[in-house]
Structure formats: C-alpha cells, structure tokens
Ligand binder design. Structure first.
Ligand SMILES: [Zn+2]
Length: 113
C-alpha cells in the first residue's frame, strides 16, 4: 500500500465512522484534572476540540464511545496494515526497541539525580 493510498484509506474509514449515528458519548470532564470547565477551540470532522480552563489540556469532547473505537480497530484495514506491515517490520522493530531502551536509560538517570 502506497502512502497516498494508506492516508486515503484512513480518511475513508474515518468518514464512514462519522456518518454513523450515536458515535459520541456524553460530555466528559477533563481527563487530566477532572475540571468541567472548558472552551471549544475548533471542530473538525464532527470532533469538538476543547481546552480545559483549569489545566489547558486539549481533548475531544464529547469523546467517541469506547465501543465504536474498539469496533473500528477490529475491522480497520489501515490499522491492520499498520500493525502487520509497519510495526512488524524488522527495521521498525529495531527503531522501536532503541527508543524503548533510551527511555529506560533516561528513567534510570533521573533516579540517580
Ligand atoms: Zn484539566
């Protein structure tokens, strides 16, 4: 799958999700601090991006229902491509392993300080 085809496919999958009814759950408080005060920043593809007035955390509100997300990942061709071709690629695995080791090193260095 070419990059263009991949991103086209990703957009098509998203468009088919937002065409469905009842994909959103109820309005939720900020997942970072629990505040119920936020301002809408913008709406894109039916998603409301809001910023928490208390801690400036930016999130989608109302969020998409967990069941919709789970269902999407079960059926998604782009996700399947991503997890099978990209994450399973030997070069990519080396890169991810290196990143993980660097994170571990940083954690250990922080503990020493
Ligand atoms: Zn917050």
């Amino acid at each position: 799958m070419s990059k263009t085809k991949y991103f086209d496919s990703l957009l098509n999958e998203w468009d088919s999700i937002i065409k469905k009814k009842k994909i959103f759950s109820s309005i939720k408080p900020c997942s970072a601090c629990g505040s119920k005060k936020f301002n809408k920043i913008f709406t894109k593809k039916k998603l409301n991006f809001v910023i928490c007035k208390n801690c400036t955390h930016v999130f989608i509100n109302p969020p998409i229902k967990e069941s919709v997300i789970i269902n999407h990942f079960k059926k998604s061709k782009t996700w399947s491509y991503w997890s099978n071709k990209i994450l399973n690629d030997k070069k990519q695995k080396k890169i991810e392993k290196k990143k993980l080791n660097e994170k571990k090193k940083k954690k250990i260095e922080k503990k020493k300080i």
